[in-house]
Design a protein around this ligand. Sequence first.
Ligand SMILES: NC(=O)c1ccc[n+]([C@@H]2O[C@H](COP(=O)([O-])OP(=O)(O)OC[C@H]3O[C@@H](n4cnc5c(N)ncnc54)[C@H](O)[C@@H]3O)[C@@H](O)[C@H]2O)c1
Length: 438
Amino acid sequence: MRVSVFGLGYVGCVSAACLASMGHEVIGVDVNQVKVDLVNDGKAPVVEERIGELTAEVVRSGALRATVDVREAIMGSEVSLICVGTPSEPNGSLCTTYLERVTEQIGAAVAERGGRQTVVFRSTMLPGTCLNLLVPILEKALGGTAGVDIGVAVNPEFLREGTSVRDFFDPPKTVIGELDPASGDVVASLYESVPGEVFRVPVPTAEAIKYADNAFHGLKIGFANELGAVCQALGVDSHQVMDVFLADRKLNISPAYLRPGFAFGGSCLPKDLRSLVYAAQRADISVPILSHVLPSNADHLQRAVELVERTGKRRVGLFGLSFKPGTDDLRESPLVELAERLFGKGYDLRIYDANVSLSRLIGANREYIETRLPHLAQLLADSAEEVVEHSEVCLVGTKDPAVLSALPHGAGPVLIDLIRLPDAEARRTEPGYVGLAW
Ligand SMILES: NC(=O)c1ccc[n+]([C@@H]2O[C@H](COP(=O)([O-])OP(=O)(O)OC[C@H]3O[C@@H](n4cnc5c(N)ncnc54)[C@H](O)[C@@H]3O)[C@@H](O)[C@H]2O)c1
């Protein structure tokens, strides 16, 4: 394919040279004449493993050249990759100035040339930036409609500086946010010979994936470093701890605990986090990530309370009370906390939890329920239907099949989904359905 790459920084340079080496005809564009001259001399404007040799090779073969002229680049390409910088503004917000400028220039040049161009944004940008900010700029400059007269896609890049050439040819994944299937097809064919799974998703999803990745990577490093500092203070070999931690592929290095859902609770996580943070404090070790895990969890629970408040309704049904499925354990259950907050605010509450009802009759929790939660015990109903009958708002915190089959569809009570119900995807389009974090 004939490709123009806008922005010859780390991302643009690597993309341009690698695509050229894969057999595409590539023209790089930058506002910086020095970078353009360097590329045309066969030299990479960035220092990266293998990029020097690769640039020399593809420039020599004629597969890559560079220019400062946007028109020239558009005349010589059918797809444009945008790799301009998106730095932080002093207040932390994302600077989109370069993106806006280059989008406008491309739109105008394509209008002049005619025909359909596919514009692919590789720069990192917040969800909504492409569709709400850049597409209108592009359409205005073009005098046409995105998805019809011009292709638009977001193709975030996941290469690591230092090993980016290697990563380009063996990426962890390829993500294509497509405005329309034709735009996505163009991007997919660019990377045809690159291995790894390809995910074709809506444009804002592609934008968000990049942030999910980078936030998680930062979080992982911060977590490991904080844990290391605490271990060191406690005289424990942190690397030995992490060797074993990392060997656990079931709960630690795994998809476990990584789907948005309800707050955590139970008899272990809150208690153990509290004592770890306390131990760190006693050792004068600052652990901002670890010490904010419980406040983060409390804020998440508060989101559920606020969703109920926002309905303006008073009769509320809560499905599920124990801290996770298959147990009647109520200690530090976030659903108990939720019930108590709603009860305290005077909501007319009914609760259904099959395990808790049973244990109230026979189980070891009987005393706990009767002495610690007598106010909630009296709100327990015998069936899910009874609670549905009572409620203007259904708060669903369990996937108990009896509850799932009792939940109404369509117009009726507001349904606040705390746990991502199995049919959430279908329900999302129904009136009255509200997901806690989706
Ligand atoms: N560096 C990385 O490892 C990395 C990894 C993934 C994603 N990203 C993202 O990719 C984007 C680019 O990052 P980078 O590190 O390559 O940036 P960079 O600052 O190294 O390069 C950006 C280039 O764009 C050029 N430019 C600015 N306006 C232009 C215009 N109107 N026309 C043509 N060129 C123009 C600049 O002169 C510069 O050479 C950013 O959004 C960044 O967040 C970077």
